[in-house]
Design a protein around this ligand. Sequence first.
Ligand code: ADP
Ligand code: SF4
Ligand code: MG
Length: 324
Amino acid sequence: MKKLLSVKKLKVVYDSSAGKVHALRGISFNVKKGEIFGIAGESGAGKTTICRLLMGFMEKNAGISGQVDFNGDDLLKLNYKDLYRLYGRKIGFLPQSIASLNPLLTIGTHITETLKKNLKIKKKKILKKKAIYILDALEFSDSRQVYNSFPYQLSGGMNQRALLAIAFCCFPDLVIADEPFTGLDPDVQNRLLETVRILKDKKNISMVIVTHDLKVIEKICDKTAIIYNGSFVETGETKDVIKTPLHPYTQSLIKAMPENGMIPTWGFAPGALYDDAGCSFQPRCPTGSKEKKKHIINSPASVGNNHYVWCLNVKNQESVKDLL
Ligand SMILES: Nc1ncnc2c1ncn2[C@@H]1O[C@H](COP(=O)(O)OP(=O)(O)O)[C@@H](O)[C@H]1O
Ligand code: SF4
Ligand SMILES: [Mg+2]
């Protein structure tokens, strides 16, 4: 599979009145064509910052370094005009909440305006035909009725599905999703995730999904990175990361899942102001917290099948290659 997105040593430091906020501390990952890459971690870990950068949106107070290569373009170096051309057409965005739908516009208008802006289609008949096509693909039972409906006339699940229609209507190469489908009834969530998979398989679309919900990761992502306090602590194929987690933070997230008894992780993340060398999980770590010496991690351990773990307790089983 061809590489579509390659993020290298991405660092983001926000300037704030409280000091330097280290939102991302040098993360790297690749996404191939047609692949879904999930990034999971708790609130404040840096997930939305990743989405913002992938969408070309840089906060004024953000100091950014690294590389974000999308199909040969470094997104961090493109000018506004080039970025504008890319977004919507080549990169779509799936927001978390249906609050991003305009209550004064029908679902049809949301979709046709997106098509008009990105694909430069003017003919109303063609716009409507394309909008109905995507609504049909998203398995609405009555696409024409949904096309003419305002958001308040539809259920929460249907509006979520409408967000999918807007994100996917131009069939972009990549869709970025920030906490999609959170807080939904499990049946609705399952059906939406299944629809996403069918749609992205049909059109070979890649996705980056960030979430705190490991269920979403488990159900839909091919590869997964676990992020803690701005750093990746474990990456690999989803089945390996979820079924054989090796970092104590990943293990604690798995234990916190409802089916595993919802056991919370002891203590709190040190926060993005933390600027100390060494493993930032140490104060919460069953092994590391007992030791006075700082655990400094220079490189991740490679445990096979592109599974990497940033923990001194995990021993290398393979030489560390070009990451992921
Ligand atoms: N514009 C900003 N200025 C200062 N700090 C910010 C800004 N945006 C986010 N942060 C901080 O950066 C860290 C990461 O935030 P965010 O990317 O939103 O994490 P997540 O989405 O995982 O909750 C947090 O500590 C947050 O408070
Ligand atoms: S590096 Fe040390 S402190 Fe950090 S998670 Fe591993 S054992 Fe714990
Ligand atoms: Mg967020």
